[in-house]
Design a protein around this ligand. Structure first.
Ligand code: CMC
Length: 420
């Protein structure tokens, strides 16, 4: 039964409609709040603010549920290919075999070396972080194409990100690029462009491409997170899809968001260098004056467990065993997790390992360099960003423009510089 929210302000009573989503998520519609009452809501970090209605992803942070268009992340990660999940996010339905074949063929059509973009890439200094370079190159694609959100541009972006990532890696190791191979699937082609020597008859290890496929699926969308909100916010000004994705990449770069996967491995390495004792680092994470956080721990919405982290933890064990890799930081990560999960500070604040805690250990086993971990996150998140952008444009969402409460100086007269 629908009900109204009653707000009493300055001796007056106001009513605001409420509504309920498919999964019983409840919201108060305050669109008319300021007009009617003169008040705005104050919600730093948007902890309680629903910015949109969306039909793409559902997550329940208390129960650790994540579903895309109704399908559980567990099933998708286990049974689907990354492009199949991309299709689902972009179209709202799983593809039939012929639809998936057509989609893969369409992505392959754009899986080519963009010579003009390559020239631009080659002048970017190697000291530039791969995420900054990726954002810059995606932004530059706008100048090459009609910047609208067309199906060609969507396919171009999906095809381009692994290519741009591989260029960056080859430049960093001083090797010539390897041309994309349209005979390979999405993940295998990326691995070949990364790790084949130019001209080499390179065989992709199926264990590696399967692990990569799973990781990309686990990152494919996560409703209104920081980078997706950035994509929607930029897009809401009717800036192009390329600009929106370029901005989303930069939002993802930050260590509190996707950049955490790089930060986790750096932290685990630091613990290893310091002798492997996790106690000191747990104590530092609890000490608010230290400025140190346990990277890969905590989440804005998951307050019980992150379902992606559970899948990745299991996958990390399996992949390392299958590849015969013994990584001492895996043991440190497991010890750190056990210590944190039995510590009152982490228990009381509901801080659990998130998607970034174990993903880096798999990336390392796949020989992906640490500073490229977040690029892998970006390749995975791209279909989510695009589908959220599409949804925003289709729904004709208004330009995103939060308000504020001004707390600065009241009006004062200008003082001549000689008298200050
Ligand atoms: N280590 C130590 N204390 C923490 C941590 C942590 N990793 N995360 C949160 N806390 C504490 C925080 O100090 C606060 O304590 P108190 O209530 O005493 O002030 C409490 O837990 C609540 O934290 P918050 O900062 O208010 O929570 P938030 O929802 O604003 O932040 C977060 C979420 C993910 C940014 C944060 O947990 C964090 O910084 N984690 C480490 C970075 C990380 O792993 N990020 C990846 C997120 S998952 C991938 C993605 O989707 O981006």
């Amino acid at each position: 039964m629908s009900q109204n929210a009653i707000v009493n302000l300055d001796g007056q009573t106001f009513e605001f409609p409420t509504f309920v989503g498919t999964e019983n998520e409840k919201a108060i519609d305050i669109a008319k709040l300021r007009d009617l009452t003169g008040y705005i809501t104050y919600d730093p970090g948007f902890k309680n603010t629903g910015a949109t209605k969306s039909a793409i992803t559902f997550l329940d942070g208390e129960e650790g549920i994540l579903r895309h268009c109704g399908y559980s992340i567990e099933e998708l990660a286990d049974k689907a290919s990354f492009l199949e999940v991309a299709y689902l996010l972009l179209n709202g339905e799983l593809p039939t075999q012929s639809q998936l074949d057509a989609f893969e063929t369409a992505v392959k059509k754009y899986t080519v070396t963009n010579e003009a973009l390559l020239k631009m890439e080659q002048v970017i200094p190697t000291s530039t972080h791969p995420m900054s370079e990726l954002s810059a190159l995606v932004g530059l694609m706008e100048g090459q194409y009609n910047p609208d959100e067309t199906s060609e541009n969507i396919l171009r972006l999906i095809a381009a990100l692994p290519i741009l990532a591989a260029w960056n890696y080859k430049k960093s190791i001083g090797e010539a690029i390897v041309a994309p191979d349209q005979s390979l699937d999405y993940c295998s082609n990326f691995l070949k462009m990364m790790f084949a020597k130019p001209g080499e008859d390179y065989k992709v290890d199926p264990i590696v491409s399967k692990a990569l496929n799973k990781l990309l699926i686990l990152h494919a969308d996560h409703e209104q997170n920081c980078s997706t909100s950035t994509v929607r916010l930029i897009g809401s000004s009717h800036a192009s899809l390329f600009s929106s994705i370029s901005g989303g990449i930069l939002a993802l770069f930050g260590p509190l968001h996707g950049g955490a996967n790089q930060a986790v491995i750096e932290m685990l390495e630091e613990i290893k260098q310091a002798g492997g004792d996790t106690t000191k680092f747990i104590a530092m994470a609890k000490d608010k004056t230290s400025g140190f956080r346990l990277m890969g721990f905590g989440h804005r919405v998951y307050k019980n467990f992150d379902p992606r982290a559970r899948i990745i933890k299991k996958a990390a064990d399996n992949v390392l065993t299958a590849l015969g890799v013994k990584d001492p930081v895996l043991t440190i990560a497991q010890e750190l997790e056990a210590a944190a999960l039995s510590d009152e500070y982490f228990v009381a604040r509901k801080l659990y390992p998130n998607v970034d805690f174990y993903s880096g250990i798999i990336y390392r086993a796949l020989d992906i360099p640490t500073n490229m971990f977040t690029i892998l996150f970006a390749i995975g998140r791209l279909p989510g960003w695009i589908s959220q952008h599409m949804e925003m444009m289709t729904n004709k969402d208004p330009i995103g423009r939060p308000r504020q409460i001004y707390v600065g100086s009241p009006e004062r007269a200008f003082v001549d510089i000689a008298k200050r």
